[in-house]
Write a protein that binds this ligand. Sequence first.
Ligand SMILES: O=C(O)CCC(=O)C(=O)O
Ligand SMILES: [Fe+2]
Length: 352
Amino acid sequence: MTTSTAIPVVDLSSWTDGSATDRKRIASELTDACRRVGFVYVVNHGVPADLLEEAFAWSRRLFDLPLEKKMLAPHPSGSSVHRGYSWPGLEKVSQTVYADGEEDKQVDDRKVSDVKLRMSNDYDIECLLGKQESYEIGSEALVQQPNIWLPPDVLPGFREFTTTFYWRCFDVAKELLRALALGIGLDDEDFFSRFHSGLNNQLRLLHYPPVEVEKLAHNEVARMPAHSDWGTVTMLFQDDRGGLQVEDPTQQGCFVDATPMSGALIMNVGDLLMRWSNDYLKSTLHRVTLPPLSQGNGPMTRSRYSIPYFVAPDPTAVVECLSVCADSHNPPRYPPVTQEEYGKMRARGQYL
Ligand SMILES: O=C(O)CCC(=O)C(=O)O
Ligand SMILES: [Fe+2]
């Protein structure tokens, strides 16, 4: 498998036990990648391969359930709670940030993009081909976002595994936040970690169902449209199917493949970290397209599975321009905002 040259690779193996020089080098490689591209492959990240295999196996088991079983843990309507199962076509990925009072505009926008969906009956799989289904899990401690679990007899062990996996991912995320603090020039390596207790992260299981090769050839279906993530950083685990693409930082509108790399996770900068760093680090647009035609051996392409882990500051954390990222020639570009305020603003554009 080849790797896109546009997305740098950083090896974390000597981060924990390495010398101060090793740590500095890794921190600056990671930060440099985040500054130039906003996306980076991280190898030797510390999430064990067998744990990842298990996570993908649970994801397959979940999405293999009949729809009526998955619908026992439905994503609620409205934008305030982002948990549970979203059936294909429910999620509207949007780059629009709606201000208070702009709800009418939001409804209009949704009408345009979902005409095809509205004309169908709810579960008409034919018209939803290529759209993702997903399941969102948060920490049990976040009262604002209660988890929505399947009844335990539907998928015994799922809740236990995903909860453990959530916290294992956070262990790695904390190291990445430390490296970024060091790389960005902060004296305090734990600066970002102090705003992240871990309770506000989000684990998403994603399944992109098979699509007809015929439709793929005629460009009739898409997977996930271009968007940026909202939080601090995202760690993404993907299977070997491919399809993720990242906007070329030097050419707007031009996307490069984030080809799956065995054993690597992909880390990307989210909008809040970009804001925190006064746009020094880049939150880059990315999308999921269909896999190359050559992979389709029959009338249908294969399913794709991915697992993003979104890392966000605690709801009350105030995200205010870092002093190392501003000076008199480059004053702060954004007013301080709490994660909660920012999240609400973004969520209004995401779900009706
Ligand atoms: O499925 C993927 O590879 C990317 C998913 C993604 O970008 C997202 O869920 O925000
Ligand atoms: Fe994303």
